[in-house]
Each structure stands twice: as C-alpha cells, then as structure tokens.
Design a protein around this ligand. Structure first.
Ligand code: ATR
Length: 311
C-alpha cells in the first residue's frame, strides 16, 4: 500500500491493490495530493459503516483528469474527490453537473453511476452547514464579508452565499480585479430591492481600502479564505479595527487551529471558529452522495481530530 498512487498504478487491479486487504474504491485526485486529509476522513467512515473498500490519494498531472476518471470508472470505483488544481478541469470531464458545481464552475465530488460521471460541489453546501453548526445561524440571514474572494475557496464560498440569498455580500481581495469579476457573475443573485443598512448588497474592496473598516461594521459574518494564517508567523488578513464584538468570524484555515485573525476576534469578544467544520461537512456531504443515507459525522470528526493531532 502507498501513501500516494500515480497513474502507473492504475494499469491493473492487481497492481493497484497489491499488499492491501481491501480493493481501492474511492480516490482523491490532486497535485500535490500528499497532504490531503480526505483519506483519513473517508477511510474511517468506510470502515465504520461497513461499506468496505479503500480510499486512496492519486497524484494526477494537469490535463489528465478526464482520462483518470475514465480509468477509475473502468476499475469500478464508486467515485472520487477532486482537489487543487483540478476542480475546474473535472467540470469538463463530467457527463452531468449539479447546480452548485455549475455556478462555481468547479467540482469537488464525482459519483460514477451507470457508466456516467456525475459532478457535484460540496464545498459551498458544506460551508452553509459549518456556519449553522458553529454559530446556529443561517447564511441566508447574514451580511457576509469574504476575504480572499479571488481564490478558489473564496469564490466557492462567496457563490454559495449569493445562491443562498444572503442579506449582503462584501468581497475583499488583494487583486481586486478578481473579486470584481466574481461580483459581475454573482450580481444576478442580488437584483432585488432588499437593502440592509448602509452600503449596497454586493460590493468589492481591496484589503487596504479606507472604506473597509467602516463597511465591516455593517457585517455579521467575516470569512477568511486567503492563505494568510497558514504559517504561525502570518499577520491577520484584515486590519484589527475591522473586528467588533457582534461579529462572527470564520477562518477556513484549520491548521494551525488558532490563526492571528481568530486570536484578534476573541480579543474583541467576537465569536469565532476555524475551518475544521468546513472540512468535515464537505466530506460528510461527499460521502452521502456516494452512499445515500449514510451520515458518519461523529466518526469523521474523530478521524480528523486524530489526523491533526488535536486532543
Ligand atoms: P487558489 O485558492 O486559487 O489556489 P491562492 O493562491 O491559494 O489561490 O490564494 C487564495 C487567496 O489568498 C487569494 O484570494 C489570494 O489573493 P490574490 O487573488 O490577490 O492572489 C489570497 N492571498 C494569498 N496570499 C496573500 C497575501 N499575502 N495577502 C493577501 N491575500 C493573499
């Protein structure tokens, strides 16, 4: 058994399953893929629910996603997860695409069904579930600021907030053009007359805009989707003056568990949560697509905590 498999290993079932007790039935496709926690998350669920089979990491070069999915289908896989940088390429490889994936133009889950590749995106719906579980509120009722709205994760979360019909959406990105492009795509979701507080329902700012601090005070939920915070020495992606006690602050980063942003949020008395629940719920939703009716939440949660070395 290997930590990471390559396309060469797909040449035959016997090669793929060499040294393993169970056949590989699910995979995460990415590049690099070695750091992905999806195997720990889903293997625990496969073992607990008795559905059996192995979940493997598969290193796939750009341009090879469609061919790889065809091969997995021939090898009778149940489905796959798609991670960076293949979420866009997987869309064009699919036979059918669900609403969330189509709107995002990105796919994170594939289900093989009767010779067809069905594509989904559970990142957005996973975010909605995570916010509900962490803060007991619904995304649709909130004024939301997405910091890092030009990146893959930021776009997925912002698009989901727009689909949910959130009260207000403020997109913040260092490269402001990327957020402006996204705003253009999402603007049809905000065409109603409903205006909440000052400011428009859909706005874009760079992180150094002087308007950012006053605007942030008319926000309920701040979400960091930038990679700023992955290193313990990183600063916060937002000026501290943006944070107020009424804020809910969600950082999609889960390792380290406490970023500078989350620390500053606690200091002002805001409620905050890290991205562990997002990782968990996008995974649970993928698992439910592959195995309808299965909901191994507790098992997956424990597996994640163990994988991250959290108590
Ligand atoms: P992707 O998710 O598409 O792979 P990424 O390079 O991981 O992209 O970056 C994710 C987000 O973090 C982007 O919004 C990026 O801002 P830009 O679009 O301006 O590149 C943001 N980001 C990364 N490093 C940053 C930094 N040092 N300061 C501010 N934002 C940063």
């Amino acid at each position: 058994m290997k930590d990471v498999y390559t396309l060469d290993d797909l040449v035959s079932r016997s090669r793929l399953d060499e040294g393993a007790e169970q056949p590989a039935r699910l995979a995460v496709l990415g590049s690099p893929v070695a750091h992905s926690l999806s195997p720990q998350l889903h293997q625990a669920a496969l073992d607990e629910t008795g559905t059996g089979g192995r979940y493997i990491r598969l290193e796939v070069p750009a341009g090879e996603v469609a061919g790889t999915l065809d091969r997995l289908q021939e090898l009778e896989f149940i489905g796959a997860n798609i991670t960076v940088p293949h979420k866009f390429e997987a869309l064009s490889a699919a036979d059918e695409v669900d609403g969330a994936a189509a709107m995002l133009g990105a796919v994170n889950t594939i289900l093989f069904e009767r010779g067809r590749k069905l594509a989904f995106n559970t990142d957005g719906p996973g975010f909605v579930r995570a916010i509900h579980e962490e803060f007991l509120v619904d995304v649709k009722d909130l004024r939301i600021m997405v910091v890092g709205a030009g990146g893959g994760a930021g776009q997925a979360i912002a698009a989901q907030c727009a689909r949910e019909g959130c009260e207000r959406l403020v997109l913040v990105n260092r490269t402001v053009e990327k957020a402006e492009e996204l705003a253009l795509r999402l603007s049809p979701c905000f065409e109603s007359e409903r205006l909440e507080g000052p400011g428009e329902r859909l706005q874009v700012f760079p992180p150094d805009s002087p308007q950012l601090v006053p605007e942030s005070h008319h926000i309920d939920l701040i979400v960091n989707t930038t990679s700023v915070g992955l290193k313990r020495t990183d600063p916060s992606p937002l000026p501290p003056a943006c944070l107020q006690p009424h804020h809910l602050v969600f950082d999609t980063i889960y390792n380290p568990p406490q970023t500078r942003l989350l620390g500053e949020a606690s200091q002002v008395g805001a409620r905050s949560a890290n991205g562990l629940s997002l990782l968990l719920y996008q995974g649970v939703l993928s698992f439910e697509l592959w195995f309808p009716g299965q909901h191994p939440l507790t098992t997956m949660h424990s597996a994640l905590q163990a994988a991250l070395g959290h108590p």
